[in-house]
Ligand binder design. Structure first.
Ligand SMILES: [Zn+2]
Ligand SMILES: [Zn+2]
Length: 161
């Protein structure tokens, strides 16, 4: 049997399950959300973007959490980060957003206008919702300045835990 017609039936790629051969070296995949698509066998074997392409919530969440290293304390983002050290994630609408923002919204949190998320653990790569707090922009800037203010007054800059 030739390589590109190798039987892929029943194989899983993320949330995709190969459910039938579509002919012409292509396979029909079913996502757990019910979405169906056809993918060339060669693309499947490369396990490239074709295998992870569903934009349903479950698929996006699976992709997100595969990039997170959960410890007893922080849940650290292992994917790409911006220059400030915040994780970056391309969500279901394909736009880049902060990883901790995504985690917050996915856990049911809201971000009202003029509010931001502050890392209580001071670890910018952390995406653990319980380590985040909604604050106003003003409060966030104020908190960010606190360590230097304290140090200038003779206090040690102890990290907030
Ligand atoms: Zn899906
Ligand atoms: Zn943390």
């Amino acid at each position: 049997m030739r390589k590109d017609t190798k039987n892929m039936l029943g194989q899983r790629f993320g949330l995709w399950l190969v459910i039938s051969y579509a002919g012409a070296k292509r396979w029909t995949l079913l996502c757990e959300c019910g979405a169906i698509k056809e993918v060339a066998g060669a693309d499947l074997r490369r396990r490239g973007s074709c295998a992870g392409g569903c934009q349903c919530r479950a698929s996006v969440a699976l992709r997100f959490w595969s990039k997170v290293d959960k410890t007893d304390a922080c849940w650290s983002w292992t994917g790409s980060k911006n220059d400030d050290g915040y994780g970056r994630f391309r969500g279901s609408n394909r736009s880049l957003m902060s990883a901790h923002r995504w985690a917050w919204l996915d856990s049911g949190g809201e971000i009202p206008p003029d509010h931001e998320l502050d890392h209580l653990c001071r670890n910018r790569a952390c995406v653990r919702p319980s380590h985040l707090e909604i604050v106003t922009h003003k409060e966030n800037v104020h908190r960010g300045d606190m360590p230097s203010i304290l140090v200038s007054r003779g206090y040690p800059a102890a990290p907030r835990v």
